[in-house]
Ligand binder design. Structure first.
Ligand SMILES: Nc1ncnc2c1ncn2[C@@H]1O[C@H](COP(=O)(O)OP(=O)(O)OP(=O)(O)O)[C@@H](O)[C@H]1O
Length: 273
């Protein structure tokens, strides 16, 4: 049996001793997609950033176990951890316009990934960048290649980010609300691209979202966070069997044709651990 891709045990994050993530444990296998859902401020992004190794210096991170691809991450020095970023663990953020370099053409930015991680010669790197845009079924890849970040839409930006992140063939891709600023059909397109990439590579994925409905359609397992804690872990297929009142509340908020309740449930203070 192959060992899991990622194993976290009791990982906590605090700032000036104020806990924002409290003793969370999770296991992710290769070829598994886990969704982390929860309300704003529940600690989803902080947890993702801890896994990717991009928390600010002032973050106090502790864990009993933090294994990634058979490496003990807590024992790695800063340099080794930095080398892991992008190459082994890649992260797609909410807004591509903040992640892209505003003064570099799109194609050059993708080509740079090949040059930086694999030392690919300039001309070959450009060719690979163009091919990666073609693989994403982008209509006019040459035009997008030569575009500047401010010229492209949010949906195109996220597809470019997918091409850029996948260029390094990471073992883990973390997508942090990649579709939250997109309209429904563009969001679906981006999700489909992510899914295709996932199927073509031996990797794991963590998908962060507010959208429990989308999470159950796209992922295998759902982790529900509330106030820095994991309050429930469920197989996506069995999400209707959620036991925790917070997850049950989230489920009741999913709009279903012909079944709109008069009032959406609200959370009562102190109800949840
Ligand atoms: N640099 C920081 N210093 C102190 N607290 C921080 C810092 N960064 C984040 N936090 C706090 O960590 C908590 C969790 O934030 P996080 O961004 O992980 O939430 P989230 O669940 O991803 O929310 P959203 O869905 O809105 O992105 C919040 O209370 C936030 O204020």
């Amino acid at each position: 049996m192959t060992s899991p891709l990622l194993e976290l045990e009791k990982l906590s994050i605090a700032y000036q001793n104020r806990g924002v993530v409290n003793e969370v444990s999770l296991t992710l296998s290769y070829q598994q997609k886990i969704a982390i859902v929860g309300e704003s401020g529940s600690g989803k992004t902080q947890l993702a950033r801890a896994i990717a190794g991009i928390l600010p210096d002032q973050a106090q991170v502790t864990s009993q176990k933090f294994l990634f691809a058979d490496q003990n991450v807590t024992a790695l020095n800063r340099r080794a951890r930095q080398a892991m970023r992008g190459r082994q663990i890649a992260m797609i953020m909410q807004d591509p316009h903040y992640s892209l370099n505003p003064v570099m053409q799109i194609g050059e930015q993708i080509a740079e990934v090949y040059r930086y991680h694999f030392g690919t010669p300039r001309q070959l790197a450009r060719q690979k960048a163009l091919e990666s845009l073609e693989k994403l079924h982008i209509k006019d890849p040459e035009k997008i290649f030569k575009s500047w970040p401010h010229h492209i839409s949010g949906g195109m930006g996220q597809r470019v980010m997918i091409a850029m992140m996948m260029a390094a063939s990471p073992k883990l891709l973390i997508a942090d609300e990649p579709t939250s600023s997109l309209d429904g059909s563009t969001a679906l397109r981006v999700i489909e691209e992510l899914d295709q990439q996932f199927k073509q590579h031996d990797m794991g994925m963590i998908y962060i979202t507010h959208d429990l409905d989308l999470a159950t359609q796209f992922c295998d397992q759902i982790i529900v966070m509330y106030r820095g804690n994991i309050v429930e872990t469920l197989a996506a297929k069995r999400v209707d069997e959620a036991q925790h009142p917070y997850t049950q509340g989230l489920l009741k908020c999913i709009p279903r044709a012909g079944q709109m309740p008069d009032r959406l449930p609200t959370l009562k203070e102190g109800t949840f651990a």
